[in-house]
Design a protein around this ligand. Structure first.
Ligand SMILES: Cc1ncc(COP(=O)(O)O)c(C=O)c1O
Length: 407
């Protein structure tokens, strides 16, 4: 008799838990719930201002109106309501200068996690190799494996501010390489790849005739005047890039589960068929809220100002801790700390959990290069004073651990 596991597709058979292991595995399991119920704080979920209410008024009104006028109980269009796709197209144009057709180049997805899988699905065949910058979002590695591909890690380094090395790419490209996956800005490092670096990368992609999946979930808040360039706008890239975005991170609307993909007509035709088949239609109530968010020009600039200040405060509090190294966050709501000198990712994350009563992420799920790092979601809590109280507890714990280690 075979076991039920034996019946499983080999790509799934050895999966365990969620994306995260050990301490951070808890964030999908019951021990997390226990930790939170016992008063522990959560700075491990990339969820802006969590756990505080932070819905913009325009979004709240549109959401309530959807209930009041009754459309809440009905389907939207399978590829997403036209009005939402139009608002997305306008947003993309404002952000990138790219003029896209809301009826041919955009599909709405339930968040960008599913969007990432959909973006890869039409391309990856058994044994295809996919170049993934390391560290980066854990789904990048897992999605490729689930589709039968082979993730190939391309290391990026603290001392080079995690920019992409073409030498490292050239060393690993083979006739089986099909795709590059870029998380831009990056999660967990927060790095925004610079224009010169992206020009080199996209030349490499065109020369080797590869496909690019670009995850721009964190594109909406970039700090210190750094320029954001969307790779699909660079020469030769529109025809080979699938760009995946979300309202979760920039608008702080993770609970709405609205993301979108934009790409050329040829790829989109396939995605229209594939996503509709799996997702049905995006949530109606969330669609109303998302349209209001995209049409309210005041939300993003006010959040950027607030978050940039928060990131500076975090950096100033953490930068002189013995045994800890970090760059100032360049985007979004995260911070990435090099804690090699204090111990392993697991040891330090557990120490913070025990002594500061705060859950942060181990670096290891973000790739081989993640060992010796921790990720902290620095932009949790709406009020800066509430965040600072937690920063101080983390700082005290790291200083105490440093003392134990002889710093
Ligand atoms: C880099 C990156 N991409 C995509 C996602 C998925 O977010 P959502 O499905 O809420 O759009 C996340 C969530 O943490 C992320 O960090």
């Amino acid at each position: 008799m075979t076991t039920i596991k034996d019946k499983m597709n080999h790509k799934f058979r050895n999966l365990e838990g969620g994306l995260f292991l050990d301490v951070s595995k808890a964030d999908v399991g019951s021990s997390t719930e226990e930790f939170f119920l016992a008063g522990g704080d959560n700075m491990a979920w990339a969820d802006m201002f969590y756990p505080d209410p932070s819905i913009p008024l325009s979004v709240k009104k549109a959401t309530l109106a959807c209930v009041e006028e009754g459309s809440v109980s009905h389907y939207t269009l399978p590829i997403g309501l036209g009005k939402l796709r139009e608002a997305v197209a306008k947003h993309v144009e404002k952000k990138t200068g790219l003029s896209i057709d809301p009826n041919r180049n955009v599909v709405i997805t339930p968040g960008s996690d599913s969007g990432l899988l959909f973006a890869m699905m039409p391309f990856i065949e058994e044994g295809d190799e996919v170049l993934i910058f390391d560290p980066s979002y854990p789904s990048n590695f897992l999605n490729v494996q689930l589709l039968g591909g082979i993730p190939v890690s391309i290391p990026t380094r603290f001392d080079e501010n995690y920019q992409i090395s073409i030498e490292e790419l050239e060393k690993r490209v083979t006739p089986k390489t099909k795709m590059v996956v870029l998380t831009h800005p990056n999660n967990p490092t927060t790095v925004v790849y610079r224009k010169e670096n992206l020009i080199q990368l996209t030349k490499f992609i065109v020369e080797h005739d590869l496909v690019l999946v670009c995850d721009q979930a964190f594109e909406d808040h970039i700090y210190d005047g750094i320029e954001f360039v969307a790779p699909c706008t660079l020469p030769g890239m529109w025809e080979r890039t699938v760009t995946v975005c979300s309202l979760s991170k920039g608008y702080g609307l993770s609970g709405y589960r609205i993301g979108y993909i934009y790409t050329n007509d040829v790829i989109m035709d396939v995605l229209y068929a594939a996503t509709v088949n799996v997702c049905g239609a995006p949530s109606t109530i969330s669609t109303y809220g998302a349209i209001a968010a995209l049409e309210d020009a005041s939300i993003l600039p006010s959040y950027t100002t607030k978050l940039e200040k928060r990131q500076h405060t975090f950096y100033e509090m953490m930068k002189d801790i013995p045994g800890v190294k970090l760059h100032k966050s360049e985007s979004g709501i995260l911070a990435w700390l090099d804690i090699h000198a204090l111990g392993s990712s697991q040891e330090v994350a557990q120490y913070i959990m025990k002594h500061a009563n705060i859950m942060v992420n181990e670096g290891t799920p973000y790739g081989k290069e993640g060992e010796g790092y921790i990720r902290i979601v620095s932009c949790t809590f709406y009020e800066e004073k509430d965040a600072i109280l937690r920063y101080q507890r983390i700082k005290d714990a790291l200083i105490a651990l440093g003392k134990e280690k002889g710093f």
